[in-house]
Ligand binder design. Sequence first.
Ligand code: HEM
Length: 128
Amino acid sequence: KPYGTIYEAIGGQEAVERLVEAFYARVGKHPALTPIFPDDLTETARKQKQFLTQFFGGPPLYTSEHGHPRLRARHIPFEITPSRRNAWLECMQGALNEAEIPEPYRSAIFDRLAMTATHMINTPEEGK
Ligand code: HEM
């Protein structure tokens, strides 16, 4: 790995944990997101730490425990509208700031997550 990974560059597991904690604190208070997330986000956060670790180039923790991510399929049970996608990314933007993930990684991570989030949309905006 001549250029290293985003995972290593941002500070490894400790940085992923800071980011995911800051993220779900926001998700748990966002009126567009609370209707589809469980009240207790402990297990959700545990899985997201595993997923983002591998997404950033660290060890494949998510796949080891749960198999192939198949993220779009796993999100089908939840109504993900364009505005929920925006809300998710708003929480992530706040979390990247709060966790003090440095540039240029902060923007690189946000851009990749924005593409993945767009891919998760599975429901048109309500009332349209
Ligand atoms: C699980 C919503 C985007 C990764 C979930 C769950 C919800 C959700 C409701 C289930 C939580 C639970 O029951 O514990 C959303 C919404 C999104 C979004 C509204 C907006 C676009 C993303 C993106 C990623 C992602 C972009 C990847 C970076 C995950 C993972 C899980 C998950 C890894 C756990 C799957 C499992 O159960 O193994 N999401 N999500 N989500 N989401 Fe998302």
